[in-house]
Design a protein around this ligand. Structure first.
Ligand code: ADP
Ligand code: MG
Length: 322
């Protein structure tokens, strides 16, 4: 039988990262030495079996996603990831599951050069909670409250394929196996836009930002509310995922505007910064698309490519009403 401490040592404790002045796993607390003059950005995200992922989900993909959704929050603030903690409730100490999970999680951690510095492990229904720590220069963090009338609204990458895959799994729509598999890559292994977020913050290009986890319309709504502004969004300009792009216009509009699980960035920037935004995005190989503009009049107006108003009822995801 694998004990709690064997489990931590075998699957989560790794050789110390030479470049970081921290005390890692093994004591009552981890110690982080902040870079002088930097602010610490902190965020937690939890994944619960049956709520955020299907029972029996592949462990390596879960390891990736649990860390990716947290890194996406740091990206949305423009912070540089430094380390993370992992609180894990497991129904049993299954070696295959632990090996897969830690492999998927550490592959992404290594890609971002960050260290697992501690956590907690207990028996219980499968629940994964990661807390990430990042650094950002004072005054540079991308807040939800900074959008101003006249700003452009931008989206990184593409939207909607994760929602399309979910529809395929739930048999809400018919999909061939190859399309489902391709779309599901976006659902299972989202790409946190860390490099783009950091660059937007460092260059002072974005006036506000949020990562899209519950659907664009709802998440953009948080920016509008906290900034005290409104917006017009061109639904036909929204960049649809590679699989969703083959479906009809109604589905494209619905799933790009209110799909969820995209983990792309939605950010605003002054129109005068357009060329700089495009250059910054190109320098980190992250496509960005301009999809609307911020206006003084409150509310979100949805329009088509010709600028005609669309009257769509789009709901963003809410755990207590869904
Ligand atoms: P405590 O009893 O003080 O809560 P634990 O016995 O739970 O400490 O954990 C022992 C050490 O292992 C601590 O340093 C803790 O941060 C670390 N740890 C526990 N679970 C995990 C995990 N899932 N991932 C990483 N580190 C963990
Ligand atoms: Mg403990």
């Amino acid at each position: 039988m694998l004990s709690e401490f064997d489990l931590i040592q075998e699957y989560f404790q790794r050789p110390r990262h030479p470049a970081r002045a921290t005390l890692g796993i093994g004591d009552d607390c981890a110690l982080l030495t902040p870079t002088p003059g930097m602010q610490t950005a902190i965020s937690s995200d939890m994944l619960v079996e049956g709520r955020h992922f299907f029972a029996g989900e592949d462990a390596a993909r879960l390891g990736h996603k649990a860390l990716a959704v947290n890194l996406s929050d740091l990206a949305a603030m423009g912070a540089r990831p430094v380390g993370f903690t992992l609180a894990l409730a497991l129904p049993s100490a299954d070696r295959d599951w632990l090996a897969g999970f830690s492999h998927g999680m550490f592959a992404l951690a290594d890609a971002h050069d960050i260290e697992l510095i501690g956590g907690d492990t207990t028996k219980g229904p499968l629940t994964i909670c990661i807390t990430v720590f990042g650094e950002v220069r004072p005054g540079q963090a991308l807040r939800r409250s900074g959008a101003r009338a006249g700003d452009d609204i931008w989206i990184s990458g593409t939207l909607g394929d994760a929602r399309l895959a979910l529809g395929g799994y739930r048999l809400e729509l018919s999909m061939d196996a190859a399309s489902l598999q391709a779309a599901a890559v976006r659902l299972h292994t989202p790409t946190p836009r860390v490099a783009l977020g950091m660059l937007l913050a460092q260059q002072g290009l974005a006036s506000s930002a949020i990562d899209i986890s519950d659907g664009l319309v709802g998440d953009l709504g948080h920016i509008l509310k906290q900034s005290g502004v409104g917006a017009t969004l061109d639904l036909d300009a929204l960049p649809a995922g590679a699989v969703l792009v083959t479906r009809d216009a109604a589905m494209r509009r619905a799933y790009t505007a209110a799909g969820g699980d995209d983990y792309e960035l939605c950010f605003t920037a002054p129109a005068s910064a357009r060329a700089d935004v495009l250059a910054a995005a190109a320098s980190v190989a992250t496509p960005v698309t301009r999809v609307g503009s911020i206006e003084a009049a409150p509310g979100l107006r949805l329009v088509d490519a010709a600028g005609a108003a669309l009257d769509l009822q789009l709901e963003s995801f809410d755990h207590f009403t869904s």
